[in-house]
Design a protein around this ligand. Structure first.
Ligand SMILES: Nc1nc2c(ncn2[C@@H]2O[C@H](COP(=O)(O)OP(=O)(O)OP(=O)(O)O)[C@@H](O)[C@H]2O)c(=O)[nH]1
Ligand SMILES: [Mg+2]
Length: 211
């Protein structure tokens, strides 16, 4: 697959459904990856960039905008799911409990979940709330990979430092992929790398035909 055919494939993403609880999770036997991370880290923007569709996933300046799990389907081959953000300081306790329940149900029940991408703001690094998620994934043995976001906002030196620091923060999690992806949805950096990861996941699942 070259980057051009990747663009054609991922561009065919469509919003499939949004779920507030487990009863609304789609039942379809296709591989799935999800995008998790703190509020405002850039999950929805990155999904839009991966699919080169500006308004597929709703983005916002207001933290905590995405409250549901949004499932995007690419042809009949792959789900990308956009999870509601966590770690928003002003969120009421009841919302945090709701979020926790939804996430636990999600991670424990999506049997076709191949990888969780945990997005980390390159300016801020890994926070306690990220460690909480990593710990949960480690316990239930769901693989995750970190993506640094908004790298257009940091200098090359700061980015290098952040990558090394992030590698150290994840080294004790058996469920973590050691490779950290650098990305910018605004500048379209790292998108080809993410396409490569997704293609590999499709290949592992025996999906080599993209038409
Ligand atoms: N500079 C820069 N800004 C970005 C980038 N990606 C996202 N943003 C901005 O960050 C803000 C939040 O982006 P979203 O994609 O809505 O973030 P989210 O993680 O989906 O947020 P929630 O759904 O609230 O958890 C928006 O104002 C985006 O324009 C990036 O790569 N670079
Ligand atoms: Mg969002």
């Amino acid at each position: 697959m070259n980057e051009n055919s990747n663009l054609i494939f991922y561009q065919q993403a469509e919003h499939f459904t949004a779920a507030a609880d487990i009863s609304h999770f789609p039942i379809l036997d296709i591989p799935e990856v999800c995008f998790a991370g703190r509020s405002n880290v850039g999950k929805s923007s990155l999904i839009n960039s991966i699919c080169t569709k500006r308004s597929l996933a709703r983005t916002s300046n207001t933290p905590g905008r995405t409250q549901l799990i949004h499932f995007y389907k690419i042809k009949n081959k792959l789900f990308l799911s956009d999870l509601p953000g966590y770690g928003y300081a002003k969120a009421p306790k009841s919302k945090i409990l709701e979020w926790t329940k939804l996430m636990e149900n999600y991670f424990k029940n999506r049997v076709n979940l191949m990888r969780v991408f945990i997005l980390i703001d390159a300016r801020r690094g890994v926070k306690n709330s990220d460690h909480e998620l990593m710990t949960l994934l480690n316990i239930i043995a769901v693989n995750f990979q970190c993506i640094l976001t908004k790298i257009d906002k940091v200098s090359a030196t700061a980015l290098k430092h952040r990558i090394n620091e992030t590698k150290k923060q994840i080294e004790n999690y058996a469920a973590a992929y050691p490779e950290i992806i650098e990305s910018s949805a605004n500048k379209k950096i790292g998108i080809d790398k993410i396409h490569e990861c997704l293609n590999l996941i499709l290949n592992i699942n025996g999906i080599t035909e993209r038409e």
